[in-house]
Every structure is written in C-alpha cells, then in structure tokens.
Design a protein around this ligand. Sequence first.
Ligand SMILES: CC(C)(COP(=O)(O)OP(=O)(O)OC[C@H]1O[C@@H](n2cnc3c(N)ncnc32)[C@H](O)[C@@H]1OP(=O)(O)O)[C@@H](O)C(=O)NCCC(=O)NCCS
Length: 196
Amino acid sequence: MKKVIVLLYRFYNKVLSFPAYLLFFLWKVDYGKKLGIVGLPVIQKNRQAKIYLGDRVKLTSKPRANLVGLTNRCILACNGKDAEIIIDDDSGLSGVVINARNSVRIGKRVLLGGNVRIFDHDFHELDAVERFKNSGNIRSKPVIIENDVFIGTNSIILKGSHIGSRSIIGAGSVVSGNIPADEIWGGNPAKFIKKI
Ligand SMILES: CC(C)(COP(=O)(O)OP(=O)(O)OC[C@H]1O[C@@H](n2cnc3c(N)ncnc32)[C@H](O)[C@@H]1OP(=O)(O)O)[C@@H](O)C(=O)NCCC(=O)NCCS
C-alpha cells in the first residue's frame, strides 16, 4: 500500500512538473536526472546560450512551497549567445533570479535561499549618455559559487563575485568580490563575520 501511495505521489508530481519540462524543451535547457521542480520557473535565453541543471537540482517557484516568503518564481535568464548558467548536482533554488550575460557557475549542494539574486552584469551602461542611447556597452564578469555554499534569503550577488566552498552569506547581504572558503560573511557590502 505504501509503495502504491509513493508511486501515485511521484506520478502526481511528474504531471505537475510537465509544463516546466515543456519549457526546458522549448528553450533547450539541458538537465540531469531526478530534478525537483515545484511550480513553473521563468526561463529566457538566447538560442545559443547554455543553461544546465545538474542531477537532483531543485527549483522552487511556488510561494507555499517555501514559507520564507517567496516574492517571485525562479528566473533563469541567459542573454548573449556565449552566456551560460551552470547549476551543479543537488543544488537548491527558491524564488532565485539568475541573470547572466557572461557566466554564472554554481557548484554542488549549494543552497540559494528565498529571493536571492545573482547578476554577472550591471544591466545598464555606467556612462549616462551611453545609458540613454542604450548602446549595449554593459560590463559583465563571471560569477562563481563553489560547492556547499549557503546564501541567506534576499541576498544579492553581483558581477565578478567568487564565493569559496562551504562559505555562508548572511540574509540580506550584498556580495561583490571574493569570499574565501569556510567563512561567514554578511551585510551590505558583505564583510567577514567569522570562520566556520
Ligand atoms: C549568517 C548567519 C548564518 C549567522 O548566524 P550565527 O552564526 O548564529 O551568527 P550570530 O547570530 O551569532 O551573529 C554573529 C555576528 O554576525 C552578525 N550577522 C549575523 N547575520 C548577519 C547578516 N545577515 N548580515 C550582517 N551581519 C550579520 C551579527 O550581527 C553578529 O555580529 P556581532 O558579532 O558584531 O554582534 C545568520 O545570521 C543568517 O543570516 N542566516 C541565514 C538565514 C536564511 O536566510 N536562511 C535561508 C532561508 S531560505
């Protein structure tokens, strides 16, 4: 009986996540085995850009599935033909926005808390005239988040950030630059708090 219930539950989840898989197919998103898809994420990408979700990656896009208070669905946007978003095995995202023009690489078992934002570019030109002309001269630098990192809710990770393995970013932090492995950082701008 228990087995039947488990099978029915798995089937129910497969049906619910079907629209997400359709989206992955239409946008040519590559993915591994046994994804955990809760709710419908938003995907937008250049046809040649790459989005990869590793084995057992979990994307939560439903407010009731994470009671931290999700303000939006997961958004994976990969603009520019050479852009990439790579999320390695067993990582979890809740209402997370990743917007890449260059490269965002997330390691294994990384926890990205509710409403985290990761941007590898500034979205707009810094020079006012260029910005008004929308000249497309937007600066970008790759973002790397290594294995087993935990990023607290509502944090923003900016271009060029590199967060070392097992480090923790406190809730509501703004990270711009390098964070070594095995440390806790927090605040805006994020500062060293302690070694783990
Ligand atoms: C970073 C965190 C893990 C630290 O927890 P902790 O080890 O128990 O640390 P403490 O509460 O003892 O705080 C240690 C110091 O860091 C500071 N600090 C803690 N969290 C901070 C944050 N988010 N931003 C800035 N400073 C922070 C404290 O003010 C304290 O400073 P002090 O030593 O000058 O008094 C925790 O505060 C946090 O932000 N957790 C994330 C929760 C979360 O977002 N979960 C995900 C939900 S989806």
